[in-house]
Design a protein around this ligand. Structure first.
Ligand SMILES: [Zn+2]
Ligand SMILES: [Zn+2]
Length: 134
Protein backbone atom coordinates (compact mmCIF):
# COMPACT_ATOMS: atom_id res chain seq x y z
CA UNK A 1 0.00 0.00 0.00
CA UNK A 2 1.49 3.32 -1.05
CA UNK A 3 0.53 6.18 1.22
CA UNK A 4 0.19 9.63 -0.27
CA UNK A 5 0.17 13.13 1.10
CA UNK A 6 0.24 16.80 0.22
CA UNK A 7 0.73 20.32 1.51
CA UNK A 8 -2.13 22.69 2.31
CA UNK A 9 -2.16 24.40 -1.11
CA UNK A 10 -1.51 21.22 -3.12
CA UNK A 11 1.62 22.50 -4.89
CA UNK A 12 3.58 19.65 -3.27
CA UNK A 13 2.36 16.06 -3.30
CA UNK A 14 4.24 12.93 -2.34
CA UNK A 15 4.05 9.17 -2.23
CA UNK A 16 5.63 6.69 0.16
CA UNK A 17 6.72 3.52 -1.60
CA UNK A 18 7.10 1.50 1.58
CA UNK A 19 5.51 0.99 4.97
CA UNK A 20 6.79 3.35 7.68
CA UNK A 21 9.60 1.93 9.77
CA UNK A 22 9.00 4.28 12.69
CA UNK A 23 6.35 6.61 14.06
CA UNK A 24 6.76 9.04 16.91
CA UNK A 25 6.07 12.45 18.37
CA UNK A 26 8.79 15.06 18.82
CA UNK A 27 8.29 17.69 21.53
CA UNK A 28 11.53 19.61 20.88
CA UNK A 29 11.41 23.40 20.80
CA UNK A 30 12.50 23.49 17.15
CA UNK A 31 9.48 21.38 16.16
CA UNK A 32 7.22 23.66 18.21
CA UNK A 33 8.65 26.68 16.36
CA UNK A 34 8.43 25.10 12.93
CA UNK A 35 4.88 23.81 13.34
CA UNK A 36 3.58 26.71 15.44
CA UNK A 37 2.09 23.97 17.58
CA UNK A 38 2.98 21.71 20.50
CA UNK A 39 4.86 18.93 18.70
CA UNK A 40 5.62 17.20 15.42
CA UNK A 41 4.00 13.88 14.54
CA UNK A 42 6.54 11.95 12.52
CA UNK A 43 6.60 8.90 10.27
CA UNK A 44 10.07 7.62 9.48
CA UNK A 45 10.80 5.95 6.15
CA UNK A 46 13.93 5.31 4.05
CA UNK A 47 14.72 8.42 2.00
CA UNK A 48 14.71 6.39 -1.22
CA UNK A 49 11.04 5.49 -0.68
CA UNK A 50 9.83 9.12 -0.69
CA UNK A 51 8.69 10.37 -4.12
CA UNK A 52 8.08 14.14 -4.17
CA UNK A 53 6.15 16.08 -6.83
CA UNK A 54 6.41 19.86 -6.72
CA UNK A 55 9.00 22.19 -5.24
CA UNK A 56 10.05 22.12 -1.62
CA UNK A 57 11.99 24.81 0.22
CA UNK A 58 14.61 23.68 2.73
CA UNK A 59 15.46 25.39 6.01
CA UNK A 60 18.79 24.20 7.39
CA UNK A 61 18.07 24.12 11.11
CA UNK A 62 21.23 24.19 13.20
CA UNK A 63 19.48 25.33 16.39
CA UNK A 64 18.49 21.90 17.66
CA UNK A 65 19.46 21.09 21.21
CA UNK A 66 21.03 17.83 20.09
CA UNK A 67 23.65 19.83 18.19
CA UNK A 68 22.88 17.85 15.03
CA UNK A 69 21.65 19.78 12.02
CA UNK A 70 18.17 19.09 10.73
CA UNK A 71 17.10 19.92 7.18
CA UNK A 72 13.44 20.93 7.31
CA UNK A 73 11.55 20.77 4.01
CA UNK A 74 8.34 22.71 3.54
CA UNK A 75 6.10 24.17 0.83
CA UNK A 76 7.36 27.68 0.05
CA UNK A 77 3.86 28.78 -0.98
CA UNK A 78 1.64 27.68 1.89
CA UNK A 79 4.27 26.85 4.52
CA UNK A 80 3.18 23.28 5.28
CA UNK A 81 6.10 21.34 6.79
CA UNK A 82 6.42 18.11 4.76
CA UNK A 83 9.45 16.27 6.11
CA UNK A 84 12.77 16.62 7.88
CA UNK A 85 16.04 14.77 7.70
CA UNK A 86 18.90 14.57 10.16
CA UNK A 87 22.29 15.55 8.71
CA UNK A 88 23.78 12.69 10.72
CA UNK A 89 21.63 10.15 8.86
CA UNK A 90 20.30 11.21 5.48
CA UNK A 91 19.14 7.68 4.71
CA UNK A 92 15.96 8.29 6.70
CA UNK A 93 13.35 11.00 6.33
CA UNK A 94 10.64 11.94 8.83
CA UNK A 95 7.30 12.84 7.26
CA UNK A 96 4.96 15.14 9.20
CA UNK A 97 2.05 12.73 9.51
CA UNK A 98 -0.60 15.46 9.38
CA UNK A 99 0.20 15.89 5.68
CA UNK A 100 -0.78 12.28 4.86
CA UNK A 101 -4.04 11.93 2.94
CA UNK A 102 -5.00 9.26 5.46
CA UNK A 103 -3.37 9.64 8.86
CA UNK A 104 -5.83 7.35 10.62
CA UNK A 105 -3.21 4.59 11.00
CA UNK A 106 -0.78 6.85 12.87
CA UNK A 107 0.09 5.42 16.29
CA UNK A 108 3.20 6.87 17.96
CA UNK A 109 5.70 4.28 19.19
CA UNK A 110 7.47 6.85 21.36
CA UNK A 111 7.49 10.46 22.51
CA UNK A 112 10.86 12.19 22.52
CA UNK A 113 12.35 15.49 23.71
CA UNK A 114 9.76 15.35 26.50
CA UNK A 115 11.96 17.75 28.52
CA UNK A 116 10.44 20.54 26.40
CA UNK A 117 6.91 19.08 26.18
CA UNK A 118 4.18 21.67 26.71
CA UNK A 119 2.61 21.14 30.13
CA UNK A 120 -0.98 20.80 28.94
CA UNK A 121 -0.09 17.81 26.74
CA UNK A 122 -1.09 14.63 28.60
CA UNK A 123 0.63 11.51 27.28
CA UNK A 124 -0.64 7.94 27.17
CA UNK A 125 1.24 5.95 29.84
CA UNK A 126 1.41 2.98 27.49
CA UNK A 127 3.68 4.84 25.05
CA UNK A 128 7.40 5.14 25.94
CA UNK A 129 8.77 8.63 26.60
CA UNK A 130 12.32 9.90 26.23
CA UNK A 131 13.55 13.06 27.94
CA UNK A 132 15.67 13.93 24.95
CA UNK A 133 16.41 12.26 21.61
CA UNK A 134 16.10 8.58 20.71
ZN1 LIG B 1 1.68 24.26 -0.35
ZN1 LIG C 1 11.65 17.94 17.11
Amino acid sequence: MAAQGKCLCGQVTYRLDTEPSFSGVCHCKSCQLQTGSAFSTLVGIPAAALQIQGTLTCYEDTSSESGNGVDRYFCGLCGSPIYSSLRANRDMVYIKSGTLDDSSDFQPQAHFWCDSKQSWVILNDAVPTLARQP
